[in-house]
Design a protein around this ligand. Structure first.
Ligand SMILES: Cc1ncc(COP(=O)(O)O)c(C=O)c1O
Length: 625
């Protein structure tokens, strides 16, 4: 039994996940580090008594912990650096709009004056109905219409601190008009387009060409319109957002520095700015590499907070401007770790041949040449063997196409090919210099493990932007995985494939997996899926939302499932695409009755068929046990 951490769980999962003595993936309680961890497979077994995978498992403790950590680390830096104001977090609702998530964030965050950031009317309605503290802010970004602005202004009469962030001059003119009409003064913010750019996937959301915010030349125009309408007093917040998943701490420092310059200048213009909102961007180390590269970050949360507070203090002190309340809109960092997608493997396609077929006189001469490769197969001649192997197989395939080799012989050829290639696979591990050709073919011969999930529904960023999430089995971690696989989802789409994995020793095109014995369940977890994935997902092939279970961790490895959300039923996804389930039943009954009249269908068969049709409508969209 080995407990080697092949998947890098101790790197990317630091503080949240570990491998238990029994070799299961276990959830640590970050608040109570001395508590024994909870094996995730136990949660799955409990859910399986009533439901079927795939599941999203939401660990509420992780959600609360991240909010607490962000707040605490800012607080600590503020004290250490002697910063003369506070930190206030706001959660950007777009990162995970699920009611369970937003409600947990606001109820836990109330004592920390955590607020919400919204970017649309539906998100505004969510925010307005949460129980926020009297000091919490609702920051309204995005494009706003008359109804949006009216709602903000009238809601401010309820004592809700709601800041309308100006994105354009058009919006400002609309606010001036509505505010005069309602005789309510707005709390205003100003979104600034900074010139600093970031590296990584979200670089386009930074710099001159970013879609949001006002460029320098428009800021002065905003200030004069505000002055002209006696509304400059209302401008209390300055906002900017560098982009998501910023990989490099230096970029955060430079961005903060630039934001501070604007803050000082706008203050000098007479605006009573009180809040400096630095947007999102705090990243997640998905690979555990701690580097300034995609899917990783080269800083800790502590460093992030310290760098921001220190930079703001230095910049503002230089220009003798009072320290503002610092706001960040961390979304990814708050919620990513709290959700895990769990799915079972339904089937495997194995590119392997355990035995080399016997070659007889009757076989084609190229097949015996092919087998002879085994006589000179060695590390130093790997490339040569690979070239020969493919040459013979290609020639034999031509003969098959030309009707000179039959199906049985072709099967023997393919088995011999796979047997030799698999021998090469084991040699490959000892060889450093190898051409990409050989490497690709060998990688292409990885098994395909077919998982009960939809990439498009549950991991849309994997499909759309090549997002890398750590993936690992949640059990059998003390057994050495003897196979390598890529993952295929349940949709009928070749894009529903995952072929990039985080491992302890780097990124790999294949995932080490265990052999699956007959009827045995094999579960994989995809980690850090709490940010952006749930609502960005789509209904490709009509696979709907998965079952979701929220859990809390307790002492002595105990856990409690505190909320279950049943995934979409077939009837629900059909109605999303405008089919009426009752009409479908009636149509099907007509079709069945018509056939029954012609005596094709027995009565028992008819009843069973109709029952199965109706049951299917009420069932889960995924494969059910
Ligand atoms: C304005 C704004 N604030 C906050 C965020 C959240 O960013 P992150 O998830 O990187 O914290 C975003 C997302 O890109 C955003 O556009």
């Amino acid at each position: 039994m080995s407990k080697k951490d092949i998947y890098g769980i101790n790197k990317w999962g630091k503080g949240f996940f570990e491998i238990s003595k029994k070799g299961n993936l276990a959830l640590k309680n970050p608040f109570e580090k001395k508590n024994d961890s909870v094996e995730l497979i136990r949660v799955i077994r409990e859910l399986n008594q009533k439901y079927s995978p795939p599941y999203i498992i939401r660990i509420i403790d992780y959600l609360e912990y991240m909010i607490y950590q962000i707040h605490q680390n800012f607080d600590k830096s503020i004290k250490e650096i002697g910063y003369k104001n506070k930190y206030r977090g706001v959660f950007p609702v777009k990162v995970n709009q699920q009611a369970q998530v937003v409600e947990k964030i606001t109820s836990y965050g109330k004592k920390l004056d955590f607020g919400l950031e919204v970017g649309s009317k539906p998100e505004l309605l969510i925010a307005l109905t949460q129980k926020l503290s009297k000091n919490s802010l609702i920051v309204c970004n995005g494009i706003k219409d008359e109804e949006f602005i009216t709602l903000c202004l009238l809601s401010s009469k309820l004592g809700i601190k709601i800041v309308i962030v100006l994105e354009s001059i058009r919006e400002l003119n609309l606010i001036v008009k509505i505010s005069k009409k309602l005789k309510i003064l707005p709390l205003l913010g100003l979104r600034i387009k900074l010139t600093n750019t970031i590296s990584g996937k979200w670089s386009q959301s930074s710099g001159d060409r970013s879609a949001f915010g006002l460029p320098v030349e428009k800021i002065t125009e905003v200030i004069s319109i505000l002055k002209k309408n006696q509304l400059l007093e209302c401008l209390i917040l300055q906002h900017s957002h560098l982009g998501s998943q910023v990989p490099d701490i230096i970029e955060i420092r430079k961005f903060t520095q630039e934001a501070c310059r604007f803050f000082c200048e706008i203050t000098k213009e007479g605006a009573p700015l009180k809040y400096l909102d630095l947007g999102g961007g705090l990243g997640i180390d998905y690979t555990g590499q701690n580097k300034s590269i995609s899917h990783s970050i080269n800083y800790s949360l502590e460093e992030y907070c310290f760098n921001i507070v220190e930079t703001v203090k230095l910049q503002l002190d230089k220009e003798k401007i009072d320290h503002p309340v610092i706001i960040t809109e961390s979304g990814r960092a708050c919620v990513a770790a709290s959700s895990i997608l769990i799915f079972n493997i339904l089937d495997t396609t194995i590119f392997d041949s355990k035995k080399c077929p016997e070659i007889t006189q009757k076989d084609h001469i190229y097949l015996s040449y092919m087998k002879q490769i085994l006589n000179y197969l060695e590390k130093e001649r790997l490339q040569e063997c690979f070239n020969d192997l493919n040459y013979y197989r290609d020639e034999l395939r031509i003969l098959f196409r030309n009707n000179q080799i039959n199906l049985k012989d072709m099967a023997k050829i393919e088995k011999t090919y796979l047997f030799i290639l698999n021998k090469m696979k084991s040699l490959l591990l000892e060889t450093k210099e190898i051409s990409d050709d050989v490497l690709n073919t060998i990688n292409n011969l990885a098994d395909i493990y077919h998982g009960n999930f939809s990439v498009f529904q549950s991991l849309p960023d994997v499909w759309a932007i090549d997002q890398l999430h750590p993936i690992a089995p949640i059990h059998k971690l003390s057994e050495i995985p003897k196979r390598r696989a890529v993952l295929n989802d349940i949709t009928c789409d070749s894009d529903g494939m995952i072929s990039k994995f985080v491992l302890n020793d780097g990124i790999s095109k294949t995932l080490p997996v265990h052999e699956i014995k007959n009827d045995e369940d094999y579960y994989l977890g995809v980690f850090f899926v709490g940010a952006y994935q749930e609502t960005l997902g789509d209904l490709h092939n009509l696979f709907g939302d998965t079952n979701v279970a929220s859990i809390k961790l307790f002492k002595n490895s105990k856990f409690k499932i505190i909320h279950k959300q049943v995934g979409d039923k077939v009837s629900e996804v059909l109605s999303y695409v405008e089919y009426s389930p009752s009409k479908l039943i009636n149509n099907f009954i007509k079709i069945v009755n018509h056939k029954q009249n012609s005596d094709i269908l027995k009565l028992t068969e008819k009843n069973k068929l109709l029952k199965t049709f109706k049951d299917s409508l009420q069932g889960y969209t995924y494969f059910e046990n």
